[in-house]
Structure formats: C-alpha cells, structure tokens
Design a binder for this molecule. Structure first.
Ligand SMILES: Nc1ncnc2c1ncn2[C@@H]1O[C@H](COP(=O)(O)OP(=O)(O)OP(=O)(O)O)[C@@H](O)[C@H]1O
Ligand SMILES: [Mg+2]
Length: 310
C-alpha cells in the first residue's frame, strides 16, 4: 500500500472569469471546489494508475469536513486526523482571455502539540502497513521544526520507503532523517542549495542526507541522482496547459515505481510521461491517460556519468 501524507490539506477552489482585472468586479461563471494539497493530488493520480492509496494528514473545522466529504466522493481512502483549527482554502482565479491563473493560498490551522502527537501515533500505525510513504507539501503553523524528519524516521523504522516533496526549511531540516527520494523542482533545489546546476545541487542534497534526488525542471524533464546511477529523462514534447500538479504526478509515478520494485530508468520514463500528461489537465491531481500512453515510448532516458560526490 502507498500512504500519502498531507499535513496542510486544503479546499481548493477554481473560479473562471472572462478577463481578470485588478480593482474591478467580475462575474464568476464557473466555480469548482475540491480537496487539495500535494499529498491528496498524489493519491488522486495513484488512483488513476489503479492503486488504492491511503491519504492521511491533518484536517479541521467545516472546511476539513468538506475536504473529507470530497475525498469520499472521489473514492480515496482517507485516514485524516481532526484538528481544532480550520483547514485552509486556496483560490485560483483563471482568466479565460489569456489562460493565466492568479492563486491565493491560505496559511492553514495552527496545530497543537497534543494534535501532533495524536497524528504521529495514527501515522505510525498506517506507515507500518505501507510499502511506500509519500510526504508532500508545506507544514501548517505550530508543528515542530523537525516534523518531517520525525515522520521519515517512523516510516524507515517500519521498513517503508519514503518520497519527500517539500521545500525551503522543511526540506533542509528533513534531510537529516535520510529520505529515500526527494523531488524538488528547479526553483526549490536552487533555493535550498544555492546551486542552479541540477547535478551539483542534487549532490549537495545527497551530502546532506538524501539517498536519491529527482530534480524536476518543467518541460526540460528531470535529472535523477541515485545510488544505482545518474540519469536525465526528457519529455518528447513540450505540452501546453496548467503545469501545476505536474510535480505531484511525477511523485505519484516514483511512488508507484518504488512500490513495484522497478529499476530507476523505468521509473523515470514513467515519471516523465505521467507528469507531462498532467499538463493538459486543468486541475492538479488529474492526468490524461491517452497522453501518458502516447508519450511513454518516446521519453528519452540518458545515462550520465556519476555526478560530483558519487
Ligand atoms: N510543459 C511541459 N511539457 C512537458 N512536460 C512537462 C511540462 N511541465 C512539466 N513537465 C513534466 O513534469 C515534471 C514536473 O514538472 P515541474 O518541475 O514543473 O514540477 P513542480 O514545479 O514540482 O510541479 P508542482 O506544481 O506539481 O509542484 C517535469 O519533470 C516534466 O517531466
Ligand atoms: Mg512541486
């Protein structure tokens, strides 16, 4: 089983307007709402791949209940722990004239020490039944600075493989617990390491504790620095659409590949095709399976010499 963790679950709203103009009012002709947060998006994509993941995390208040109801209707098994604070909302306003989205992100509820301990106990039981644990997104206010490191150690003690997709101090602090895979994008890896070259940046994250680094770079594909080798994988075409959520599809493919015990070149080929197949879909957590099947045989996976420090 694959377990996904979303510490800061959200109710994601998408509103469509003809043309977004600041300081004016707008008629909203289409308003959609669904459960979100990166771990939940990963669980959705895993569902499309035929997996039956379990989604856990923290959710609270009326917004938290809406998130759980929506997961139930999407047939995603959920094991969220309730917190007293109100879960966050996000709003994406999509302007139809240019296709651009303007996004507002709520910060999320403040989590108490007792709530964190309760979650950690529930999580330990779930991780014990998991082969792969995916930890995605930012942490809500109030959690200990080493929250992700604690969760990574618990998963490793339960013999589960871990995939971490977070950024900034949350990412750096988690590396001490030796995640099996981290998946930063170009901006995140540069911010964390001060390096823009993906192989040097990946080497820096490995020296801090990551076992494998999959550094994604939008339409340019990804670099993977693993104990078994170093690869570059590139999508056969640049797709247009909404790239938000492509990284979550990439993480879903990595988790599925680890769960299946696949070799890294196979995992990377599928990760690139699946994440590219997320781009034509308007909302995060969806993938176009026809695009995935069309691209998969044409993804180029190139073996690179071992990078610095390997
Ligand atoms: N325009 C595109 N065309 C083809 N493939 C793409 C495109 N954008 C992204 N991808 C694929 O998606 C992967 C992840 O993209 P990216 O680096 O943008 O992730 P991210 O910024 O982490 O996304 P997220 O919003 O989900 O966090 C890339 O490695 C690539 O395989
Ligand atoms: Mg990302």
């Amino acid at each position: 089983m694959i377990l996904t963790v979303t510490l800061n679950a959200a109710l994601d709203a998408t509103w469509s307007v003809d043309s977004l103009r600041p300081r004016t009012s707008h008629r909203v002709d289409d308003a959609q709402e669904r459960a979100g947060g990166k771990g939940i998006n990963v669980a959705r994509v895993l569902g499309v791949l035929g997996h039956d993941p379990v989604a856990t995390g923290l959710a609270g208040g009326a917004t938290g209940r809406r998130i759980l109801d929506e997961l139930h209707s999407a047939r995603i098994r959920s094991e969220f722990v309730a917190v007293a604070g109100e879960s966050r909302r996000t709003l994406a306003v999509v302007s139809r004239d240019d296709g651009d989205a303007t996004v507002f992100n709520g910060r999320g509820p403040s989590v108490t020490a007792a709530e964190w301990q309760l979650f950690h106990r529930r999580y330990a039981a779930l991780a014990a039944a998991a082969r792969v644990v995916v930890l995605s997104g930012s942490a809500p206010p109030g959690l200990p600075a080493d929250a992700y490191a604690q969760l990574l150690r618990t998963a490793a003690a339960a013999d589960a493989l871990t995939v971490l997709d977070t950024s900034g101090p949350d990412l750096l602090r988690a590396l001490e617990a030796r995640p099996d895979v981290v998946k930063p994008n170009a901006e995140e890896i540069a911010a964390a390491t001060g390096q823009t070259d993906p192989l040097r940046a990946a080497a820096a994250l490995c020296s801090l504790g990551a076992r494998t680094v999959v550094a994604s770079a939008g339409a340019d594909g990804l670099h993977a620095v693993t104990p078994e080798g170093t690869w570059r994988a590139v999508p056969p075409e640049r797709l247009t659409g909404n790239p938000t959520g492509a990284g979550d599809a990439c993480v879903a493919a990595i988790a599925a590949g680890l769960d299946a015990g696949s070799a890294w070149p196979d995992i990377l080929r599928r990760a690139v095709a699946l994440s590219a197949a997320a781009v034509p879909c308007p909302v995060a957590g969806e993938v176009d399976t026809a695009v995935f099947r069309r691209l998969l045989p044409r993804v180029v996976v190139e073996t690179l010499p071992p990078g610095p420090g390997r």
